[in-house]
Design a binder for this molecule. Structure first.
Ligand code: SF4
Length: 173
C-alpha cells in the first residue's frame, strides 16, 4: 500500500514539475514574441478577452494588450502587428488613453510602450500627452453633444476594418 502512495506522490510531483516547466516556457514565449518588458504582467487582452478599463470621470473605456507592473509603476503596452520607423500619432493617442485610464484609477504611469514588429517606442506620459488626450476627449464629447459628427477622412480602407462600421452612417466601404 505504501508503495502505491509513494508512486502516486511521485507521479503528482512529476506532473507539477512538467506543468510548471510548460507554463513558464509559454510565458517566456509570449513575452519574447511581444517584446514585453521585465516586470509582473497584471493584465492582458491577448490570450483571452479581458474586462475593459473604465473611467467614469472621462467616460472612457479601453483595453490595452498588456499592463506590466514594475517598481510600483504601471506600464500599458500596445502591440501593433506591423513595422514602423516611428510611432504613429493615432497609436500614441490610443496608448495615451490607456495611460489616462490607469492614472485615473490611482496608478502611477510614467510611460507606455508601443511594440511594433521591428521595435519598441517608449512614450512618456507627460503633461503634453496628457493634455492632448484630454483635449481630444473633450472635442469628441462636444461634437457628440452638438449632433454634428462628421467623417474626417476619405479613405475607404480605413472603414473596412473599423469596429464601428456596422453602425456608422458615414462609412465609405
Ligand atoms: S466606418 Fe465610420 S467611424 Fe469607421 S473609419 Fe469609416 S467613417 Fe470612420
Amino acid at each position: 500500500m505504501i508503495e502505491i502512495i509513494i508512486a502516486a506522490i511521485f507521479v503528482f510531483a512529476l506532473f507539477l514539475l512538467i506543468y510548471s516547466a510548460l507554463s513558464s516556457g509559454k510565458a517566456k514565449e509570449i513575452k519574447t514574441k511581444y517584446r514585453i518588458p521585465e516586470g509582473k504582467i497584471t493584465y492582458t487582452d491577448l490570450d483571452k478577452p479581458a474586462k475593459a478599463l473604465y473611467s467614469r470621470r472621462f467616460n472612457l473605456a479601453g483595453k490595452p494588450d498588456y499592463i506590466v507592473k514594475r517598481d510600483g509603476s504601471y506600464i500599458p503596452v500596445e502591440v501593433k502587428d506591423t513595422n514602423a520607423g516611428w510611432p504613429y500619432d493615432s497609436h500614441i493617442m490610443q496608448l495615451a488613453s490607456y495611460c489616462l485610464l490607469l492614472e485615473d484609477s490611482g496608478k502611477k504611469v510614467p510611460f507606455g510602450l508601443l511594440a511594433y514588429n521591428n521595435g519598441q517606442f517608449k512614450i512618456p506620459f507627460d503633461d503634453g500627452i496628457r493634455n492632448r488626450i484630454k483635449g481630444i476627449l473633450e472635442t469628441i464629447r462636444n461634437e457628440i453633444r452638438s449632433g454634428k459628427v462628421e467623417r474626417n477622412h476619405s479613405q475607404p480602407n480605413r472603414c473596412i476594418n473599423c469596429s464601428l462600421r456596422k453602425f456608422c452612417e458615414f462609412r465609405l466601404s
